[in-house]
Design a protein around this ligand. Sequence first.
Ligand SMILES: Nc1ncnc2c1ncn2[C@@H]1O[C@H](COP(=O)(O)OP(=O)(O)OP(=O)(O)O)[C@@H](O)[C@H]1O
Ligand SMILES: [Mg+2]
Length: 380
Amino acid sequence: MTFFLMHKNIAAAEIGIDDVTEGIFKIYEILDSDHLPVGIEKGTGNDAARSLNEWWIGRAIPASRSGLREALEILRISSPQVLLLKCFGLSLSDQYWVCPKDKPLKWADINFFENDFSEDVGNALFGKDIGGGEISLSSPDNTSDGWLKKKWVITDGKRVLLKGGSPPFYQEPFNEVLASILMEKLNIPHVPYTLAWDKEQPMSACEDFISPETDLVSAWRIYSAQKRPNHASIYQHTVHCMESLGIPGVKESLDRMIMVDFLIANTDRHFNNFGAVRNAETLEWLGLAPVFDCGTSMWHDQATQLIRPGYKNPSKPFKKEHEEQIKLVTSFDWLNLKCLTGVEEEYRELLRKSIYIDDQRRDTLCSALVSRIKMVEELR
Ligand SMILES: Nc1ncnc2c1ncn2[C@@H]1O[C@H](COP(=O)(O)OP(=O)(O)OP(=O)(O)O)[C@@H](O)[C@H]1O
Ligand SMILES: [Mg+2]
């Protein structure tokens, strides 16, 4: 079937989507190359179609998502790709979608920022029975990334992302809140997370930081759009790719992200866990995205005895260990560690809310946080 690849109200290309695989097999015509997704080849040949299809399939719920198989069974759907077309590829993180050529639709009538959506897919993703009635598959959850269970809900008119944790400690939601507390005190632009509960299951809740006017573009799309020369490190190539697009404040923002990741010993700052924000209409770059997804930190999956704050802690994306990665910070001038005095007590109170974290683990985590702060003090 023929579709227009839309960027909000602008048609960027005319494309063919296969009825069987639901993948993009052809770019018939480029209509506005500036509005193609970042890093897509600007042609109509097979290579360009392949790269656009990779982007398209990458919008689907990843195969690694916890509980995906069960959710697909509940929804009676064969694969996450099938869900993509059910919501025209619309997302709450950017303004791309596909419009059937023979049945024109308007962005204003279908986008999830301004129109209601069903929680059926989100509930199925959390393994909930959604009843025997008609299932609505039009949901921004169809295009959500990441491996943790998550769903979008509308609360007081706001779009809010609820995200679970993983056994045995279900610590990720608490880590998100801790990171928010630290970044609030250090004045680091961030997505604020709060705790939410589904019976006894802790979840984190955060508002959509993207609006109908903006796009989140992952660092991966920006980084992989250019070939990294042999002489350039991963960090240098990242900065180069971002600055050459005209993104403002790149090093300053990376300094802050590296710092908070050091403090919480984040192990999973991969290239889809940070990015940049641009205006979806003018394409003007606004800066790096506020720091989000800090859950995979604070030894969340490690036995209490293995929590070693001072011992080679693995990092991403620039270096393999935080002790090396923090050397990339270009300036500490902005950092006022005094603001963190006593933060461990706030952390202790937060952890008390978890039934999965016993007294010993709570004490160990609080002193680990204090150690990490001291390490930064010594480093500077
Ligand atoms: N508040 C938000 N507003 C808009 N988009 C968001 C928001 N939070 C997350 N996203 C988008 O959803 C994706 C998945 O969210 P997130 O990274 O928090 O999930 P995750 O399951 O923890 O991921 P991972 O697999 O990296 O652990 C993000 O990469 C980002 O594209
Ligand atoms: Mg993520």
